[in-house]
Ligand binder design. Structure first.
Ligand code: THU
Length: 130
């Protein structure tokens, strides 16, 4: 799975987004260590706070299928800018993959790459509870 392919999967995953309130469609594609990819889209709710982001949908799909190890995630929004994950998604991803590669994808297919430890420095993680 190349970065370009993962970015394309994230762009494609936006098509199922349920966004009657923001009209901002997001798609995510999460690459597991075994090569499997789980995609997700944002799902909004009339009780706005119950909305779930695309990244967390992809993550919980993967976790619920037994995956625990991840190497990269691509995130594509519907704006003209690169779509970086929100704070809640950074925190959730950090639980399982603190050094995850993160690809922020723009509508035109261009992407920038960072890592979760850069995006969430001094993270609170499982080690803090040992
Ligand atoms: N959203 C995501 O899906 N991922 C993010 O990282 C940021 C925000 C969604 C949530 C909501 O449905 C819409 O984008 C506007 O905030």
């Amino acid at each position: 799975m190349t970065d370009r392919q993962l970015a394309e999967l994230a762009l494609d995953a936006r098509k199922n987004a349920y966004t009657p309130y923001s009209n901002f469609n997001v798609g995510a594609a999460l690459l597991c260590a075994d090569g499997t990819v789980f995609t997700g889209c944002n799902v909004e709710n009339a009780a706005y706070g119950s909305t779930i982001c695309a990244e967390r949908v992809a993550l919980v799909k993967a976790i619920s299928e037994g995956q625990r190890s991840f190497t990269a995630i691509a995130i594509a929004g519907s704006g003209d800018d690169f779509c970086w994950p929100c704070g809640s998604c950074r925190q959730m991803l950090c639980e399982f993959a603190p050094d995850l590669r993160v690809l922020a994808v723009r509508q035109d297919g261009q992407f920038e790459i960072s890592t979760l430890d850069t995006l969430l420095p001094h993270a609170f993680g499982p080690a803090a509870l040992e």
